[in-house]
Write a protein that binds this ligand. Structure first.
Ligand SMILES: Cc1ncc(C[n+]2csc(CCOP(=O)(O)OP(=O)(O)O)c2C)c(N)n1
Ligand SMILES: [Mg+2]
Length: 559
């Protein structure tokens, strides 16, 4: 048996259904074997950063390992930004590459210390040592990513990949080694201290992040809010969580409306659960500066990492909140009502649908109006992938998702250009969902080669380019500094024509009328729909304005 046949067998046994790839002389036999004999779908990307980014999007959308393969050396270096993004999100991504024998290393494709490269990007490098350890090394790679430790580069020496294995091949999947996932229970001492803080609080807030959603803590959050009269808020990544709760004010931080913002600023205690308490949520730490913060997370390294807290509780969100509820019950605690008053409820309800006065212009659409209209047009069962840029703030304000697991934010590494890759990967993993990618014109131009992959794979996704003919963030920053903005201005090609040349549907939007054509195309057919939305470059998001002027404490629009 050849090494590539053994690897294909292992991947099949691990349940891999799709392989994101850029073929080269060192991995092509593996790809053929997977495709022909194992019926694993091969998603051939145009460039390695795309393949790795798609594997990341696939894993985010499905929760399963996303596997990609690239050639050694330059193929691997091309994955740098995608693997770093995956590491910062702790995505279960396995990137399979090869290694040259020691003698070859100085020559063709050899000028890279792959271990060092992989350790600073993906975080982990597993080099297969011998044919005899191949099974163990592959199993270790799957065990690593399934344990939540983030991505790994698995490097197979070229002579093992292409050579004959001198042994019986047997593979048992990594899942057989892993313990059943367990909930980590909090220390009762810490729970008692949290109860003390909550008893002394008059206006508590429960701030729920993606971790709370993933741990299934909804019932416990509702019960704790009822018991303490707490206000509820979520992080941006937990968008879509607890939306029907009358005391949920929506996204905390800069995206909150003025009235909601004042409510948040009144809190004297924050139970932050399953969230990072990043600077956007806390408005550079100013929003909850006076409050006692209880931070609950199963990973002790995340507690208090960005924002100082009064008490850290290491534990699963659901188990910890359950214990906190039980402790307050044991103490027969009844709150004085906290935020749970009709007036607050009415304020929250009134703050929700903000009627925005949109900027009028003959050739462009207000970005807020565009996102609001797209929110109505897009199928409800959607996955939203947001690229990074000024435009993303409008998307974050308004676009809705069925629950937090349907929102892919690529901001982990702050890189522009991950949105299209992750959207394609998500669409491959979740064909039952409509994927929409929101990107800027700058981000699209950095990544448009993968539009070809979406067309080739007949993915009926939607790509909305919020086109201001600029690196908008830089333009607004330069302008705020009184400097010329030319370095950040770009004349773009006609994206609708570009899309059609790729074989996608291409549409241009300058006004509400143009959106009617979009509504007739989205979610139909077997091709991507690319919307070149000419957005009004004069509309600057309030969160960006705050950052530029340093005038924090003011609010954005909507929720
Ligand atoms: C890979 C990468 N390059 C550059 C940047 C710096 N940067 C941040 S936002 C931005 C503008 C991107 O332009 P566009 O996609 O058109 O979005 P806009 O801000 O115009 O809405 C740039 C270049 C970055 N974050 N990542
Ligand atoms: Mg732009």
């Amino acid at each position: 048996m050849h090494g590539y046949e053994a690897i294909a067998n292992a991947l099949e046994r691990e349940g891999v259904e799709h392989m994101f790839a850029v073929a080269a002389e060192d991995n092509m036999e593996l790809l053929v074997e997977l495709n022909v004999n194992k019926r694993v779908g091969i998603i051939s990307a145009r460039k390695e950063c795309g393949a790795a980014g798609m594997a990341d999007g696939y894993s985010r959308a499905t929760g399963r390992p996303g596997v990609c393969t690239v050639t050694l050396g330059p193929g691997l270096t091309n994955t740098a930004t995608s693997l770093t993004t995956a590491r910062l999100h702790q995505s279960p991504v396995i990137c399979i590459t090869t290694e040259l024998s020691v003698l070859d290393r100085m020559g063709f494709k050899g000028g890279l210390d792959q271990r060092r490269f992989a350790e600073i990007t993906a975080g982990k490098y597993i080099a297969v040592r011998h044919g005899e350890t191949l099974a163990e090394d592959i199993r270790l790679a799957f065990h690593h990513v399934r344990s939540g430790a983030g991505p790994v580069v698995l490097a197979v020496p070229a002579e093992i990949m292409g050579g004959e294995l001198d042994m019986e091949w047997e593979y048992s999947p990594a899942t057989t080694m892993a313990p059943t996932p367990q909930r980590s229970r909090p220390d009762p001492e810490m729970i008692a201290r949290a109860a003390d803080i909550l008893r002394a609080s008059e206006r508590p807030l429960i701030l729920a992040g993606r971790g709370a959603f993933e741990s299934g803590a909804e019932e416990e959050i509702r019960a704790l809010a009822q018991r303490t009269g707490a206000l509820l808020a979520t992080t941006l990544l937990a968008r879509g969580y607890l939306v029907d709760h009358p005391f949920n004010v929506g996204t905390a931080g800069g995206y909150a409306s003025e009235s909601v913002h004042s409510l948040l600023a009144e809190c004297d205690c924050v139970v932050a659960v399953g969230c990072s308490l990043n600077l956007r949520t806390t408005e550079l730490g100013l929003l909850f500066a006076e409050a006692q913060i209880i931070h609950i997370d199963r990973d002790p390294k995340r507690i208090g990492k960005i924002t100082p807290v009064s008490l850290g509780i290491v534990g699963d969100a659901r188990a910890s909140l359950g214990a906190l509820n039980a402790e307050l019950e044991r103490q027969c605690f009844t709150s004085k009502g906290g935020f749970w008053h009709d007036e607050v409820k009415a304020n929250i309800a009134a703050a929700r649908p903000t009627q925005t006065a949109y900027a009028e212009s003959p050739d462009t659409i207000d970005p807020r109006q565009l996102v609001a209209e797209m929110d109505k047009i897009l199928p409800k069962e959607r996955i939203v992938a947001m690229d990074a840029g000024h435009f993303q703030m409008f998307v974050a304000n308004t676009v809705s998702v069925p629950d937090p697991s349907h929102l892919l934010s690529t901001l982990d590494f702050g890189s522009v250009g991950m949105g299209l890759f992750q959207g394609i990967g998500a669409a491959i993993g979740r064909p039952d969902r409509h994927v929409v990618v929101f990107t800027g014109d700058g981000g699209f131009m950095m990544t448009l080669e993968e539009l070809d992959t979406a067309v080739r794979k007949r993915i009926p996704m939607t790509v909305v380019i919020m086109n201001d003919n600029a690196f908008g963030v830089e333009v607004h920053m330069l302008r705020a500094q009184g400097k010329p903005v030319d370095v950040a201005l770009y004349d773009n090609p006609d994206f609708a024509s570009v899309a059609r040349a790729f074989g996608a549907v291409g549409l241009t939007v300058r006004n509400l009328n143009d959106l009617q054509a979009v509504a007739t195309k989205v979610g139909r057919g077997d091709r991507p729909v690319v919307v070149d939305a000419k957005v009004n470059p004069g509309v600057v998001h309030e969160v960006l304005l705050e950052l530029l002027t340093g005038n924090l404490g003011h609010a954005g629009e909507d929720k």
